[in-house]
Structures are given as C-alpha cells and as structure tokens.
Design a protein around this ligand. Structure first.
Ligand code: ARG
Length: 418
C-alpha cells in the first residue's frame, strides 16, 4: 500500500517550475504544501515577496534560510581547491548548490513531519538527478515527488499557460522563456533563444556582467591572499568567504569577466547549450591554480590535474555524497596546507590574467636555479648525466631497431644473390 501523503516539503525558487508545482501537488494529493527556499546569495532575493508568492499560490507555510556562508565554506571552497570545472569550463554553481539544498530539506522534512519532499525539476535536466541522488544518499526512506517530470507538461509554453490560468505570476514569457538558476558562485541560463547553439546569446541573457564596450578603459589590479588553500583577502583586506566571493563578483562583473558560453553534455545524455556568468569563480579558480603551480611539487601538481576532471564529473553527476567524491576531496585537502600566498591579477575587457604570484613560506621557485645571469647556481654538468640516463631506454630501443634493419637488409641481399 502506498503511504498517505498529507504534507509535502517542496523545493521552491519562486520561478515558473516550482510555482506551478505548488498548485499541482496540492490538487493531486490534497496535501499541505510547505515550501523550502535556500538563500545562497542570489542577487535581489526578496524573502518577503517570495513568501507572499508561495502563500498566494497555495503553500501553507514557507521555510527560507540563509545558507550562504555554509554554501561557500563547505561546498564552493572545497570545489575551488579541487579546481572543479565541468568539461573544463563550467564552475558548477548549480551543481554544487543542489546537494546542500537536498541535505537541508531532508532535515526539515523530518522536523516538520513531511511525508514527502518534492522538486520542480524536469525529466531532461541534471538537477532532478542531483536532488534525488542526494535525498537517497542521506535518507533512503524519504519519498520523493517530481511533479514536472512525472505528470509533466509537454512544453514550457503549456506551463506558462497553466500558470496564467491559475493566476501564478511568472517572470518567464513565451518570448523569453529562459530557465535561470542563481547563487553566489554563478548564474546558469538555458532554454529560449539559447537553444540554437549557433546564435549569439541575446544581450539580455547576461545579467551580471557588463558587455565589453561598457567596461572601463583602464585595467584594474587585484591581489588575492590565500591561507592553506582558502582565499582570505582582497588587496590586503580580510574578508569572510561569502563577502569575498560577493566582492569578486562585483569587481569581475564591472570588467566583463566570467562569461561562459558552452555546449555541455548532460548526465541524461543530451547535449545542451548553456551560458553562465561566474566572475568570482573565474578569478578564484585562476588564482588558486596559479598559486598551486608555485608551491606544489611537480608530481602532485600533475596528478591533481589528472583527477580534477573526474572530481568535476562527480559533482556534475550529483554524486557529492559519494565515497569517491569524498576520497578525491581528501586528496585535494592534503595539498592545501602548502597553498599559502598571494596572486596578483589584472582584469581588463573580459580577461582575467595572472601577472604575479608569491609565497613567503612555501614557494618552490628558486631564482638561483632559474636565472640565466651570473647568479646562476644550477649545476649544468649534472644535466648531461641526467639526459644520458633519461634517454637510455630510447637509445637502447633505437639501437635494437637499427640492428634489426641491418640484419633484414643483409638477408634480402643474400636472397637476391641466390
Ligand atoms: N546545466 C547546468 C547544470 O546542470 C545548469 C542548470 C541550471 N538549472 C536551471 N534550472 N536553469 O548544472
């Protein structure tokens, strides 16, 4: 017998999908709907308006909580330390937020005695996978409902019509039906005009960053300080994690930094054209990687690079709460002790360029070894011996091949002679 569902905790953003979900769930189950919204640093989050809208759409109660610091410290910075970029480009803002939202929802569901949790994700995206995989990993007993997927609308236009018929105010229109997800680590935009991967994103698709012609005429310089892999200050000013990221978003946006336009491979097998804006992520990932090059030994650095993409895949695929993600995280954590120092960056017309780096305590850069002037301390003689041994296997193989060829030429000659 299926269990009675009287109370549902719904992940709610106030957007089209989740607003429509309130109505649907309420009608289908005749259940009480409680909405859950995480404040993850999305700009212009009007908690009062969100609450009013949820109640007006049919929710009996709303939970809105500020998770910004936790999001940055427990999810974003670990991903930064892992150099996480899906397919080398996407800093995973949406993907990192989902497991945190799911974890908090699982806790609240228990507290308020909800019989099920629900989300407004469609069947085509990654977010359904991330939510449900996280719910399953944290509370295997929890019932999960996905109204949009399971009794979904055929088109987004249908959904907009349904919202209008039910007096649900929505931002998306049929002309601009973009689907947007936003948090402090970045904003993700898909659908609408973006579905044609050949078409340049319309001007209004980018919401955080300035267009290059509107950026300042002169560059700006930033110095970011890291302590054991954690960014702690900008230009000498100490900042807490969330404030630091917010400030970099602001500066980066002014200089048009952090726009990403890509075709990505979703977990469900679909290729999708997405655009992202992630100024702070772009700046911090660039700086962290650069400082790593200065302080990590060559082999750790190279090994880290080989598993960065695996780690990014795990996060993208919704496997945050998996043993492998945790094990990989431990690997990155062991390297962070060395990542203390400063990185100097130049922002100009959409570019974020490292122009200097230093670490008083952990730099492995030895000017005496690197220099070509009279202060050179490198033992040039040792290079000759090194190369001799380094190339020994190739030399042996080449001699072997030569001998073989000589033998074959001799044999051919004697056959001809017969
Ligand atoms: N493609 C990105 C991801 O899977 C962004 C998803 C954005 N979600 C949304 N509801 N617009 O992480």
């Amino acid at each position: 017998m299926t269990k009675n569902i009287d109370k549902i905790l719904l992940a709610y953003s106030g957007g089209l999908d989740t607003s429509v979900s309130i109505k649907w769930l309420k009608e289908k189950y005749s259940a009480e709907i409680v909405t859950y919204t995480a404040d993850l640093g999305q700009q212009d989050l009007d908690k009062k308006a969100l609450k009013d809208k949820a109640i007006a759409t049919g929710a009996s109660e709303t939970i809105i909580e500020d998770l910004t610091q936790e999001f940055i410290s427990e999810y974003v910075f670990p991903a930064l330390q892992a150099g996480a970029l899906y397919e080398g480009k996407y800093p995973l803002a949406t993907a990192l937020a989902r497991p945190l939202i799911a974890a908090r929802m699982a806790e609240h569901a228990k507290k308020i005695g909800a019989d099920a949790v629900a989300h407004g994700c469609t069947g085509k995206g990654n977010d359904q996978v991330r939510f449900e995989t996280s719910f399953n990993a944290l509370n295997p007993e929890l019932e999960v409902i996905a109204p949009l997927r399971d009794w979904g609308f055929t088109t987004r236009e249908d959904e907009i019509d349904y919202a209008k018929e039910n007096n649900i105010p929505v931002q998306a229109t049929k002309d601009s039906p973009n689907s947007i997800d936003e948090n402090l680590w970045g904003i993700s935009v898909e659908c609408g005009k973006l579905e044609d991967p050949w078409q340049e994103p319309p001007a209004n698709a980018y919401q955080w960053t300035r267009d290059i012609p509107d950026t300042p005429d002169q560059p700006t310089y930033l110095t970011i300080s890291f302590k054991e892999g954690i960014p702690i200050g900008i230009n000498g000013e100490a900042l807490n994690p969330a404030d630091l990221v917010a400030k970099l978003n602001k500066i980066g946006s002014t200089y048009g930094v952090g726009r990403i336009d890509m075709v990505e491979n979703r977990l469900v097998g679909i290729k999708s054209r997405e655009i992202y804006e992630a100024p702070a992520a772009t700046i911090l990932l660039t700086a962290h990687q650069d400082l790593s090059s200065l302080v990590l030994d060559r082999e750790s650095l190279h090994y880290k690079e080989t598993i960065q993409s695996k780690y990014s895949e795990m996060v993208y695929y919704g496997l945050w709460f998996s043993p492998l993600r945790a094990a990989l995280q431990n690997f990155f954590t062991t390297l962070q002790g060395k990542i203390t120092g400063k990185v100097k960056l130049k922002l100009f017309q959409g570019q974020c360029q490292v122009v200097g780096r230093k670490s008083e305590s952990n730099s492995l850069y030895d000017e005496g070894l690197a220099t070509y002037d009279e202060n050179d301390t490198f033992d040039h003689g040792s290079a000759a011996g090194f190369i001799k041994l380094w190339s020994l296997p190739l030399k042996v193989a080449a001699s072997c091949e030569q001998n073989q060829q000589q033998k074959e030429t001799k044999a051919n000659k004697s056959i001809k002679a017969i």
